[in-house]
Design a protein around this ligand. Structure first.
Ligand code: 13P
Length: 249
């Protein structure tokens, strides 16, 4: 069985004081967890994570990265800076980046490649809007988004990515895809990965994100192709985040 992975995406939240309490709470409550876990935090707090989490079972990472190497790109953060702070994961293509920063699937693919080249794991986000779901184009949309990344990777590297299916209409809304709805999309994504590389199809972790909470996490993660969660709001409270981690079978 693939190991489950639960990743907290703090989005643009945090303060040094609040982070210290949250991180200590998560570390203190991990005993007996069967899932791997990580937090993806705003870049200014990566040093704090490195200090608080080094040697613990909690990995850390960033929420975005430049597709470019170091250089004259004011305001950007390149992949080698993230490895400098011990990051294991980098979220790429989150729907909030696609929507508010006009990130194309092509740019997301280049970012995923930059993350891999730096020795980290990209968490590649895909997901449809409500209008796209209602138009019946969910599979077409997520396949196109994932396909842009797969097209840029040699088959041997496909196994090194993590995918997150995050229906845009379920993010921060309290609306969750039912386990069956999510499973159907996850199975499609897995088939698409397997078509590129059979071994990767079997091993790549596909996370679900979108209002995953302590009370629905177990049922979602019990689905055969749901390998964990990418958690927004519930990752900001140690108790809720831990409850989701412990809900992994
Ligand atoms: P919520 O869990 O707050 O719905 O956010 C999901 C998400 O976007 C995680 O990346």
């Amino acid at each position: 069985m693939r190991r489950k992975l639960v990743v907290g995406n703090w989005k643009m939240n945090g303060s040094r004081a609040a982070n210290a309490t949250l991180l200590a709470g998560v570390v203190a409550g991990l005993d007996g967890a069967r899932a791997d876990c990580a937090v993806c935090v705003p870049s200014p707090y990566l040093a704090q994570c490195q200090e608080a989490l080094a040697g613990s079972a909690v990995a850390w990472g960033a929420q975005d990265v430049s597709d470019k190497p170091c250089g004259a790109y004011t305001g950007e953060v390149c992949a080698s800076m993230l490895t400098d702070f011990g990051c294991r994961y980098v979220i790429v293509g989150h729907s909030e980046r696609r929507a508010y920063h006009a990130e194309s699937s092509d740019l997301v693919a280049r970012k995923a490649l930059a993350v891999l080249d730096a020795g980290m794991t990209p968490i590649v986000c895909v997901g449809e809007t409500l209008a796209e779901r209602e138009a019946g184009s969910t599979v077409a949309v997520v396949s196109r988004q994932l396909g842009a990344v797969l097209d840029m990777l040699a088959p041997a590297r496909v196994a090194q990515i993590v995918v997150a299916y995050e229906p845009v209409w379920a993010i921060g809304t309290g609306k969750t895809a039912t386990p069956a709805m999510a499973q159907e999309v996850h199975a499609q994504l897995r088939a698409q990965i397997a078509a590129k590389d059979a071994a990767a199809g079997a091993s790549v972790q596909i996370l679900y994100g979108g209002s995953m909470k302590p009370d629905n996490a177990a049922e979602l993660m019990a689905q055969p192709d749901i390998d964990g969660g990418l958690i927004g709001g519930a990752a900001l409270k140690a108790g809720d985040f831990l409850a989701i981690i412990h809900a992994a079978p």
